[in-house]
Design a protein around this ligand. Sequence first.
Ligand code: FDA
Length: 368
Amino acid sequence: TKPFDYLIVGAGLWGCVFAHQAVKHGKKTLVVDRRGHIGGNTYCENVEGINVHKYGAHIFHTNDKPIWDFVNSFVEFNRYTNSPIANFKGELYNLPFNMNTFYSLWKVKTPEEARAKIAEQVRQADITDPQNLEEQAISLVGTDIYHKLIKGYTEKQWGRKATELPSFIIKRLPVRFTYDNNYFNDKYQGIPIGGYNKLSEGLLEGSEVRLGTDYFANRKELEALAETVVYTGKIDEYFDFRFGSLEYRSLRFEHQLLDQENFQGNAVVNYTEAEVPYTRIIEHKHFEFGTQPKTVVTYEYPQEWTQGAEPYYPINDTRNDEVFRKYKELAENESNVIFGGRLAEYRYYDMHQVIGSALKRTKVLFQS
Ligand code: FDA
């Protein structure tokens, strides 16, 4: 018999939750990650007492009470509410689109006036069958919101003109006729007090962890150690890219430590004009109501993805979904390997979804 029941490739949330549930059921688990830390993309680096979200802002939100209780059993979450600000050519607007936004745009004060304004712009645009993202957005919220708050941001995000993007990217645009800047509609949201690492550390209690360890570079030796492999890396990489690469959108983060207490007064400020090359600036201390004398800000630049760059957002278009389907078929026939997480499933998962997915899988496996 081998020393471990499970070799878990990837110490991101999916791998961590799997490890935790396996240990709970008396299994021996070895977790490896090619990075030098656990937590995957939720990893925080402590700089001057501030938890810096190294791979982009992570705000936990869910409607699922058992998932909320689960994460809170490892670390207490604070009452942070995501309420981003949009900066368009120096003018500030509240997000998501709500009465505060409409007041700033048009000085309208009642929901009725706001509804009428949007309806009038939608009517004037007279788009019945939207052919691209631009037409789709205008047909939903009118020209002002589109031009000031959607167009530039979306074009930067995707690296393409909105008129060249398919309309299905935007199915609906939430418009709220109350003075409520809370970005999420979920019942629960917050940030782990002391950062996300406490969550991944808690989940990995009882597991052996090897960092800086690439599964592919040590495959034979690692597989000899465990009965079953749990793989949370990229699915195309697992199968040696035999059907070609799955494509992603990438990001570049520029972190700056500033010798001032408060740079922008909010954790998230989006820059919605095309001329500013970054999409947003994150000021990390505000996630935890920090009072440190310095501050850390991160500029987020969307990037073309090339092989070897960090894969952030899957591009679920027809071509990629078709390629993924072929890999998925291989994965289903791979014995003694469990595939899970955002990279193996080639889909965008929020944290609560990734936790839910791992819990569901382990529930079936361990029957509890
Ligand atoms: P994750 O990528 O975290 O972990 C996979 C791990 O596997 C990595 O650590 C990788 O190094 C390792 N690995 C891969 N191949 C390997 C190999 N061959 N050998 C060894 N190790 C290997 N969600 C949310 O709820 N609220 C939010 O605000 C945000 N914000 C956000 C911002 C940005 C920019 C992104 C890209 C994503 C978010 N998310 C989010 C989503 C969140 O990051 C996501 O749900 C989880 O991190 C997914 O966890 P996984 O374990 O699936 O992958």
